[in-house]
Ligand binder design. Structure first.
Ligand code: ZN
Length: 150
């Protein structure tokens, strides 16, 4: 078994330290909350939609390095994507974090999370914000929930 330090690769450290698209959105079309009580990760994902395409996406909240970095990488990738494209990306990402298999022909910052598969408890940390984003993108008209701030 690899050391847990291997899990925290440069990409993850960087996104954890300087999360992209981090903050509450002023006028979101859709909002969803992701909660992982086992680890204490709690995030809100904010979306502005253009039909079924994400125009703007931000996230806010707190949690472990894996969950925060994953949300940061996710928001960077999902901007401008359609719901179908989001689902395909999530399917690839879910396969990556559960199998550890990297698609060499399709490398991205998501590949940094391949090591997560060795730590099953962390898979939820990595996929939490994706679930929230998919929920928000798929279900219009949900009432925004209060955002937890530190
Ligand atoms: Zn976590």
């Amino acid at each position: 078994m690899q050391d847990i330090a291997d899990l925290y690769q440069a990409v993850i450290l960087d996104h954890n330290r300087r999360p992209r698209n981090f903050g509450e959105m002023e006028n979101p079309d859709r909002v969803a909350v992701g909660d992982n009580p086992v680890c204490g990760d709690h995030y809100t994902v904010f979306l502005q939609m253009d039909g079924d395409r994400i125009r703007e996406i931000t996230f806010h909240g707190a949690g472990c390095a894996i969950s925060k970095a994953s949300a940061s990488v996710m928001t960077s990738m999902l901007k401008g994507k359609t719901l179908a494209e989001i689902k395909a990306l999530y399917s690839d990402f879910h396969h990556l974090v559960t199998s550890g298999e990297i698609d060499e022909g399709n490398l991205s910052d998501l590949s940094a999370f391949a090591g997560v598969h060795q730590f099953p408890a962390r898979i939820k940390c990595a996929t939490l914000s994706w679930h929230a984003a998919l929920n928000a993108a798929e279900r219009p008209g949900e009432e925004p929930e209060p955002v937890t701030t530190e």
